[in-house]
Structures are given as C-alpha cells and as structure tokens.
Write a protein that binds this ligand. Structure first.
Ligand SMILES: *Cc1c(COP(=O)(O)O)cnc(C)c1O
Length: 437
C-alpha cells in the first residue's frame, strides 16, 4: 500500500488562495483542504468553501476580461493554491445566438453554449479535469486516474499527458469506439471493466483507498466539480455580464448542473452581475433517468436504476449529486425531463441541421428535452434561454449510423452526376410529401 499523498510537502493552501476549507453538504462539518471527498459523519459530499471578500478584492470585470482566453481567467474562483495551473486552452467556448433552431422551436432568445468544441478533447470534461489535475499536482500525486463514462477518460488522459503525469483510467467495457480510441491515443493504462459505470465507480473507490492515486472524480472530486462553475461564469460574461432567465443542461451525476448555478451565485455574491432568478432545467436519457423520475414522482430521494440507453456519457444510475440537482430544479422553478433514444437521435440531427453543430448523445438528450419543455409551455418564448451542449458527435458516431442518408456514389462523369442529382431532388420531394401526409 502506498501513502495517500505522494510527496512530503503537498501544497494545501497559500496566502493568496481564496478557498478556505472543505465543508460537508449535510451538517456542515469542516475539513482541511486535502484529497478527500466524503464527510466522515454523514457520508455526504464535501464542497470547497471560499472567502468571497477576498475574491471581491481580487477580481473585476476588467481583470477577468484581461485574463487568459481560458477558464483560468476566473482563477480566484477556482480551488488551486498556486499560479502554476495547467492551461491547455480549456474553456471560453462559443456562446452562439440561435436563429434557425430558435425559430423552429418558437423561441426568441435562445443561446447555445457549445462545449462540443472545448479544448483539448471536445467535451465539457476538459474544464473539470484542468482544475482537478492542477490541484493533483499541488498535492504531489504522480499518478492520476478516473472512473469514466468516456469523456472523462479522454480528458484525464490528454491533460495528464500534457502535464507529464502517469495515468490509469477506468471505463465500462462497452463504450463507443471513438471514446476508447480517443483515450488510448494518449497512451495511458486503460482498464475496460466488465460492468456499468456504477460498478466501475465502486471499484475505483476501492482502488483510490488502496493506491495513492489522485482520482479526479473521487478523492479530488470537490476540486474537480468546481471546474463546472466556469460554464456559468462564461455564459454570464458572454451575455454581457448578465444572467440568463433559464438554462437547460444534462444531468449525469448532477455535478455540472448544480455547479453552473453555483457559478451564477458567486458572480452575484462578488458583485460582477446583478441578481435575478435563473430557472434551471435538467435533461436525462429515459433509459437512465433516476433524477427525472424522482422529479416526476414528486420524491425528494433518488431511486438508483440500471442504465440502458445510447447516451452512455450521462448513464449514471446512482448519481452522487442527484438530490442536489433535484433540489435546484425545484428551488428555481425549473423542470427535469427525459428523452427516449429515438428522441435523442432526433435531437442530434435537429441541432446539426439547424445550427451546424454536431453533438454527441448527451447533447441530443439536452436538445430533445429543450424541445419537450417548449412544447409543454415550460419555457417562455421570450426568456433568455441557454442550452448547454457538452460533447462532440464525432465521438459517438454509431449512435446516428443508420439514421442519416448515404452518399450518392457516382462515376466521374457529368451525366452520372446529373442523374444522381435528379434522383436526389426526387427523394427530397418524396420526403416532403411524407411530411405533408
Ligand atoms: C459527464 C458528462 C455530463 C454530465 O456530467 P455530470 O457532472 O456528471 O452531471 C454531461 N455531458 C457530457 C458530454 C458528459 O461527458
């Protein structure tokens, strides 16, 4: 067995650091800023606490705008003690004002936060991993790891490679080929576990307790999850230092969903934006929707489920922050909805055809839920609504295979092209007739 901390002098905090302690989400017991994630008394998750007066003195709209073009422009809000952070250009992804999707759905002020193009591995996970591994280095971990549904393994492997850290990741053995290859290319050790994510996660908790490794989403989880706040910060800044009226985001463990809101609240707390209500609505795949189910049933607890959906990146049957996601939707007047696999595929295609953005199954889920909420009158057409697209479609190509058209193979001759073009026009007309029937 190795020690929990690899070097003799872990950097736990510094004079300029704005984060002060870890606090239990149930009962409020305080802990030192160590690589721990569970309250010993209540078994609740631990969360990073900050000195907001200190942050207020360190930041202004101007200092942020003059900062790096990455999540590190919000450095005082992130739990890293030194300036020696891993900056691989993560964050500051486009916030796109939607025209064609908005019109299709009947919305007037729809924005798309496009983390399908986040750096370096094309999902929002690069945010949380950039923070977690920066913190892991301060603790002196030489080997980093994660329990992943796919995107987290990509991020951990890539950013560990950049930082020169040893890396061993754990994934369920049935992941999409693009997610597996997109991890292996960075040459970490990859453990493909015969089981679902929840089983992978349980195994990793045991490994984390035995080996002295930094697991980004286990013993480093309090630091890791803070990275998701940047999805709130960026949207507020990109809207011209204003909060939106309504957000729609996917829920797997519920961490991303709840931290976007924490980000909004922190900007209010330090006076960077004006306070106003923000409704938070969550999206799950029907084949793994323990939080949406609890919302529909009016329960305040989560009944774990066994995942069965094409949306593997958000297939967590026993979500660690599920109750907090549920609470947030209730508290803010939002909703939590689910989408079937067929609706998820339609969602992927709808976003691609109307906005030119190719998202993965998690994004398809979010778009499908956005559409449902609009149709049910749960999103007002005038509300400034931000939909979060968290991953890239090139990684989950098998999800849409068989649901998109084939290329028309032709000879390298004009008449061959002309016949094919005529056929294509006819097919399109037939398509339209079907729609009209
Ligand atoms: C992990 C993931 C999520 C959800 O993350 P949680 O913080 O666990 O809720 C959403 N979208 C994509 C693409 C992901 O990889």
């Amino acid at each position: 067995m190795t020690q929990a901390i690899a070097t003799q002098d872990p950097i736990i905090t510094s004079d300029s650091a704005t984060f002060t302690k870890l606090v239990s989400k149930e009962g409020g017991t305080e802990y030192d800023l160590l690589p721990i994630n569970i309250c010993e008394e209540t078994f609740a998750p631990l969360e990073v606490a900050y000195d907001y007066d200190k942050i207020r003195h360190q930041v202004s709209r101007e200092t942020i705008a003059a900062g790096p073009n990455s999540i590190w422009r919000y450095r005082p809000f992130l739990p890293v003690a030194t300036d020696n952070v891993i900056d691989v250009g993560t964050g500051m992804t486009p916030l796109v004002k939607s025209t064609r999707l908005a019109r299709r759905l009947g919305l007037k002020n729809l924005y798309i936060k496009n983390d399908a193009v986040n750096m370096p591995t094309l999902s929002f996970k690069d945010r949380v991993v950039s923070v977690a591994l920066s913190r892991a280095r301060e603790f002196g971990f030489s080997t980093v790891s994660c329990a992943s549904t796919g995107n987290l393994a990509n991020s951990t492997a890539a950013i560990a490679a950049h930082a020169g850290l040893e890396c061993c990741v754990f994934i369920p053995s049935d992941l999409e080929a693009g997610k597996v290859l997109g991890t292996l290319i960075y040459n970490p050790t990859v453990m493909a576990v015969k089981g679902n994510y929840d089983q992978v996660n349980r195994l990793c908790s045991e490994v984390a307790n035995t080996y002295g490794w930094g697991f980004v989403n286990i013993n480093l989880r309090p630091y890791y999850s803070e990275g998701s706040k940047t999805l709130g910060f960026e949207v507020a800044e990109q809207l011209g230092w204003k909060l939106p009226d309504h957000i729609v985001a996917p829920i797997a463990s519920g961490s991303l969903f709840t931290k976007i809101y924490k980000g909004f609240q922190e900007f209010v707390k330090v006076g960077l934006v004006q306070d106003k209500p923000v409704r938070c609505s969550g999206a799950q795949a029907e084949g793994c929707s323990p939080v949406a189910q609890a919302f529909k049933d009016g329960r305040d607890f989560i009944a774990p489920v066994k995942p069965n959906t094409i949306a593997k990146s958000i297939a967590i049957g026993n979500p660690a922050d599920g109750v907090y996601a549920l609470e947030l939707a209730h508290k803010t007047g939002g909703n939590i909805e689910s989408a079937t696999d067929a609706e998820i595929i339609e969602g992927i295609k709808l976003l691609a055809e109307t906005e030119g953005i190719f998202t993965e199954t998690a994004g398809g889920t979010t778009i499908a839920v956005l559409k449902k909420l609009v149709e049910a009158g749960k999103i007002d057409p005038d509300e400034t609504t931000v939909v979060y697209i968290t991953g890239n479609g090139l990684k989950t190509q098998e999800a849409v295979q068989g649901y998109i058209s084939e290329p028309l193979t032709i000879e390298a001759k004009l008449d061959s092209f002309e016949r094919a073009w005529e056929r294509a026009q006819t097919l399109e007309r037939l398509d339209w007739q079907q729609v009209l029937v």
